[in-house]
Structures are given as C-alpha cells and as structure tokens.
Design a protein around this ligand. Structure first.
Ligand SMILES: *Cc1c(COP(=O)(O)O)cnc(C)c1O
Length: 455
C-alpha cells in the first residue's frame, strides 16, 4: 500500500474511535469493542490481486481462522476471494457467507471421514495432510471420480522463523508430508503415480516471524517437487500449486511491511517458473489481509500504582489478545491512549503497564510503555488486531465476546458503522456454560440421573 493509504488508515482509526465513543458504541455500558476498517481490508485485497497479476491463474483464498466473522467473509467473497477453511465451523461460516464450493479450500490436519465425504461430494478443494488420509480418500472415492481438486500438503522442512509455535516447516512440524525424511519424496511420487486424481501440491510455510527468503525456499521445494512428479509421470498431473499464506505483519508501526509485492518479488527470484502459467496458483493469506485494519478499543476502568509501577486496568486482556498476553515478546502490540471523548491524548507521559480484566497476574497487553498519562474513563486502543484477536475469543473468566463493528470514513470526518457481531450477553455466556444441564451432577449423585438417550 502507498504511504497515502497508510495515512488514511491512521486518520480513519482516530475518527472511528472518537465516533464510537460519541455514539456510545464504546463507553461505560460497552467497555470493550472491536473495530474493522472496511476500506483498509479492501485495499489489502486489491494490493494482493495486483501483486500476483500475471499469466498464471490465481485463486486467492482468505484463511477463515484469521477472522471467522460471517460479514467479513461475505465482504471478501464479494471482493472476489475464495476461503480456506480448516474445521466444520469455518466451513459453515464460509458457506453462510456465500462462498460457492468451488471457491473453498479445506485444509484441516484432522479431517473426519464425514468431512472428507462432504468435501468430495461437493467438489470442495481438499489438501490432504498425510498418507493415511490419502488411503481414506481412496476408500471414499472407491473408483468414483473426484469432482474437485485434491492436493497433498508437503512440509519442505526449511526450518523455523522467530516464533516456534508459528513455524510450520520445521523438521518435526505436525503438518503435511515431511519431504526431507528418508524415502518421503519417492513415496509421494509413487502416491501421485497411483492416483490420477491427486492434482495439487500444497505448502503453507509460515507464518508470523518467518523471513521471506525462508517462505520462498519452502514454495520452491513444492514447485520443484511438482516439476519432478510431472516429469517422471510424463503428464501434467499436477495442475495447481497452493502456496499457503503466512506473510508476516509489521506490528511496530503503521507501514505495510513486507508488502505482497515484496513477497511476489522474492518468489519471482527464488521460483521464476511459478508464475509462467503452467500451474494455477492458490494462496491462503490471513493475517496480512486483516491485521492492520483492526483495532480493539477499551475503556480504562481504573489506574493505580504497585511497587512504583503505573498500571491502567482495561477490559481488553487475554480473552481478546490471547497470544499477546501469553507470549508478549513474540506478539507485542502498539497501544494508543485517547481521552474520554476518544481524542488522541496529549500531555505528559508516564511509563505504564496496560492490564486486562482477567484474574491472573500476567494479563497484560503491554508492559513498561511510555504513553500519555492514563486516567479512568480514557480509551486505550490496541492496534493491528484485525486478525486473530477479537475474532478468536478465549473465554477465560467467562468474559463475553465483544461487539465488532466495521466502519467506513468519508470526507468531512463522517464515519459510518455497521454491526458485524453483537456483543455476547451475560445470559449467553451462562447458556453456553451448561445452563440447560444445571441439575445434571446433583442428579447423578442422588441416583436420579437422566441416562443418555440410547445408552
Ligand atoms: C493459518 C493458515 C493460513 C493463514 O496464515 P496467515 O499467517 O494468517 O497468513 C494459511 N494456510 C493454512 C493451512 C493455515 O493453517
């Protein structure tokens, strides 16, 4: 994205926060919200499309786990994207959002027979994870022809990036067929030789913390294997390469860095043949499409000091910023302080910890930050949280899911909101906590247990 659109994004975020406070979307009765910059999301899609323009047919899919909110998925579907899903829930979200079967890619490492059967029957592209799953598909197809593309996920074992838990291509990663293991490549070639319906290779080498050359090296390994398989089989059996997602996001400042264009330039150098049109390309980006368009806004409930440390207690903690709280060094977030009207706070600064509402001491979204002095009633914003944050709730302390609003800004400072997801009610929290089974255990102890139907 250009610096102009980066500037727009910052200005739009400020306008949206102020307006959310003014409209009462964020305030004493709604102390926590997620905000999504719709223009920012669409600009990211456009940048992605532009970067991959060329002779090769490309299907960009959005990795649903990064933000499985139906209106967000529908926006992306309207923008021409496909959707990568990895669970029954994500599959249903994508279908509800309007993605047609031919625009879905199903990637779970633990697909059940039933899920495979559904995908095969509807022509949904599948990436198989291992040889056992392949044998399962053999049985399900039983001579039938598959109606959608079927790929095999490979692990090029190129090594880890800066965050172990985010590195999918280590020697012992749980994903895909580990290509550098003894005999693996021969086994893969043999598997393709025996199954004319296997027509894609898939490698998702990432993600956050992985340098571009490492990701490109992984894609090259998949490409070279596809070339070898097609050459040895004497036919162009592999017609598509799914290169996954995993583009890292810059959480340090406002810039989009690296860009999709940077990534494609890296790929063109490392794997020139990838783009010549012989293979259809599939991508599965998540974080890089949404992260920088999302903001979590929270009211500051209290401020205090402990052992000389200033602490601001907010409503945004591990329930919405799970990775940041549990792995603060790997997932630091930028923090903004706004006054009670939602305007950027000026004035003297202080070094402060930003705490969440969860009942454990480590529930901090930022530590030792120099920020404008925070007071109760102020607003604290966590930036770049559009992917994997407010959409991946962790129900610690039975804290409810916050409301999420999409916004657009217009000249003259006008902001228009659309509700994307309602805040979960406290009643809703209690209902999903077994409310309808309230007597179950007392009944079990008194001998009046209702036996499970059918047992
Ligand atoms: C999570 C995931 C993605 C998306 O990764 P990002 O880092 O969010 O781009 C893509 N493909 C697969 C298979 C994944 O598991």
């Amino acid at each position: 994205m250009t610096s102009g659109s980066v500037h727009r994004r910052g200005a739009a975020r400020e306008a949206a926060l102020a307006r959310a406070v003014e409209d009462g979307l964020l305030g004493p009765h709604a102390p926590l919200i997620g905000l999504l910059d719709v223009d920012g999301v669409l600009a990211a899609v456009e940048a992605l499309n532009e970067a991959f323009e060329g002779p090769a047919a490309v299907q960009h899919t959005f990795a649903a786990k990064a933000c499985g909110l139906v209106p967000v998925l529908r926006l992306l579907a309207e923008a021409g994207m496909g959707c990568e899903v990895a669970s029954p829930g994500e599959l249903e979200q994508a279908l509800a959002a309007g993605f047609t079967h031919d625009r879905l890619v199903f990637d779970s490492p633990a697909k059940t027979v039933q899920e495979l059967d559904f995908a095969l029957a509807h022509g949904i592209a599948i990436n198989l994870d291992n040889f056992q799953e392949m044998a399962r598909v053999d049985r399900l197809l039983a001579g039938r022809e598959a109606c959608g593309p079927i790929g095999l996920r490979v692990n090029p074992q190129v090594g880890a990036g800066a965050i172990g838990a985010m590195s999918t291509a280590t020697a012992t990663s749980k994903f895909g067929v580990a290509l550098r293991d003894e005999g693996a490549v021969d086994a893969v070639i043999e598997a393709f030789a025996r199954r004319p319906w296997l027509n894609r290779l898939h490698a998702h080498v990432g993600s956050q913390g992985c340098p571009l050359p490492l990701i490109a090296q992984g894609v090259r390994a998949a490409y070279e294997l596809a070339e070898r398989i097609n050459t040895e089989l004497g036919r162009a059996q592999i017609t598509g390469l799914d290169i996954g997602g995993g583009l890292p996001v810059n959480f340090d400042d406002e810039d989009d860095r690296p860009t999709y264009a940077d990534y494609v330039a890296e790929l063109r150098t490392a794997v020139p043949g990838l783009f010549d049109g012989r293979y259809a390309l599939i991508t599965e980006f998540g974080r890089s499409l949404l992260a920088k368009s999302g903001t979590i806004g929270s009211i500051v409930e209290y401020t205090k000091s402990a052992g000389g440390r200033r602490i601001a207690v907010t409503h945004a903690g591990a329930q919405v910023a799970t990775r940041t709280v549990f792995m603060p060094d790997a997932w630091p977030l930028r923090v903004g302080v706004f006054d009670a009207a939602g305007r950027p706070k000026q004035g003297p600064t202080e070094v402060v910890d930003i705490a969440g509402p969860c009942c454990f001491a480590g529930d901090l979204t930022a530590t030792g930050r120099e920020l404008a002095a925070v007071e109760p009633g102020d607003v604290v914003a966590l930036y770049d949280t559009g992917a994997y944050y407010f959409s991946s709730h962790f129900s610690y302390n039975s804290l409810p899911r916050p409301a999420v609003y999409g916004y657009r800004t217009y000249s003259g400072g006008r902001v228009v909101f659309a509700l994307v997801r309602e805040a979960q009610s406290v009643r809703g929290v209690v209902e999903e906590s077994g409310l309808s089974q309230a007597d179950a255990l007392v009944g079990l102890c008194s001998g009046n247990a209702v036996t499970h139907p059918g047992r």
